[in-house]
Write a protein that binds this ligand. Structure first.
Ligand SMILES: Cc1cc2nc3c(=O)[nH]c(=O)nc-3n(C[C@H](O)[C@H](O)[C@H](O)COP(=O)(O)OP(=O)(O)OC[C@H]3O[C@@H](n4cnc5c(N)ncnc54)[C@H](O)[C@@H]3O)c2cc1C
Ligand code: SF4
Length: 326
């Protein structure tokens, strides 16, 4: 690990000052410290934001505001989250391990970096780690990689779970920065790689996530299905978040988001439009999968993700619509 200086910000204003001067924020450290040990991240100056007072969960009108420093464990255990936004609690609990969730934070989770093996191997070409060096995954071992939203420059997934639930729930990321406060829809927070894969999200230099805001509860049936190699402590091969409502046997509302399928948490409203107004059936779910995957491209080892996504979507919708009818 390279030498660095560490400051502890006493509040968000302190943190913003140091960030503007080029310091890198550290929250739980569960991703950043690993990257520093491998010298993939080599910040000279770090500001710990753990004492900035951003660890509150509070009602915000009809919604809920989750501070950026709220740990994943505390968020998933919050009685309001469990009752009114259960999708979020389920997605968080499907991620990492209890020890990691005790440390990992809301802001840090949103900013976690890819799990592409070549990104972590500094002997390999990787445009995300070293712009212009190439992408070893396209013709390499790409079993965990994306089939949607890829580019010639990068095919890595955003690997997290929490953001997938937040996307289906229409949450906002609240930030402060040199340009003032911003409210960024989760749908616009992560960046597809295009020809600049080094930037994972739209945060500007010096910008700090202060909270995530959940809108009013939908009252729908909410499920998170995570398909992975092991039943716990593994990143998703595919995940599906759904929030569905039904009336008289027909789907009246359906929000769907997918993890580890695309280069960013993936939502396609055309898929939801196929489902709304219809009676659930295997044929309908297959039609929805067709729309979802019409532009999907496999790179060899990850070809299996395309049929897997269709099956995961059908299984999740089948369970959710059955529960919504009950
Ligand atoms: C073995 C292992 C398994 C895991 N499995 C899963 C899994 O299955 N699902 C899953 O979703 N995640 C998983 N994770 C990832 C884990 O959830 C993340 O490492 C964690 O959420 C990051 O949060 P943190 O607070 O520790 O972030 P840090 O490591 O402190 O920071 C990560 C990044 O976020 C930035 N950052 C942090 N807070 C802010 C802020 N408020 N504003 C602006 N930037 C900020 C930092 O500068 C840094 O770039 C796993 C991690 C490990 C090590
Ligand atoms: S997929 Fe992206 S992260 Fe992986 S090697 Fe290619 S450029 Fe790097």
């Amino acid at each position: 690990m390279k030498a660095f200086t560490l400051d502890h910000a006493a509040n968000a204003d302190d943190a913003l000052l140091l960030l503007e001067q080029g310091a890198k924020a550290i929250a739980g450290g569960t991703n950043l410290v690993d990257l520093m040990k491998l010298q993939i991240a080599v910040p000279e100056r770090i500001v710990s934001i753990r004492r900035t007072g951003l660890e509150e969960i509070a009602a915000d009108g009809t919604g809920l505001r989750i501070g950026a420093l709220v740990t994943n464990a505390d968020c998933a255990a919050d009685a309001r989250v469990r009752k009114d936004w259960p999708l979020l609690a389920k997605a968080i609990l499907a991620g990492a391990s209890p020890q990691l969730r005790n440390r990992a934070t809301t802001g840090g989770n949103l900013c976690q970096r890819t799990r592409c093996g070549y990104f972590y191997d500094t002997t390999q070409a990787c445009n995300k780690r070293e712009p212009g060096s190439g992408c070893s995954a396209r013709d390499g071992f790409n079993r965990i990689h994306a089939v949607l939203g890829t580019s010639d420059a990068c095919i890595a997934t955003y690997p997290g779970d929490m953001a997938v639930a937040l996307l289906a729930l229409d949450a906002l990321v609240l930030t402060r920065g040199p340009l003032g406060p911003r409210q960024i829809p989760v749908a616009a927070f992560h960046r597809m790689p295009g020809d600049d894969p080094a930037r994972d999200n739209v945060l500007e230099r010096g910008e700090l996530i202060t909270a995530v805001r959940l809108p009013a509860p939908t009252g729908g049936v909410q499920l998170y299905r995570k398909v992975r190699d092991r039943a716990s402590y593994a990143f998703a091969l595919i995940s599906v978040a759904v929030d569905v409502a039904m009336e008289d046997g027909r789907i009246t509302r359906c929000a769907l988001a997918f993890g580890s399928l695309g280069t960013v948490p993936w939502r396609d409203k055309a898929v939801e439009a196929v489902l709304v107004g219809e009676k659930p059936s295997p044929g309908l779910f297959a039609k929805a999968a067709e729309v979802l995957l019409k532009d999907a491209i496999g790179f060899g080892d990850n070809d299996f993700k395309i049929p897997l996504a269709a099956r995961a979507l059908a299984a999740t919708l089948s369970e959710a619509t059955r529960n919504a009818k009950a």
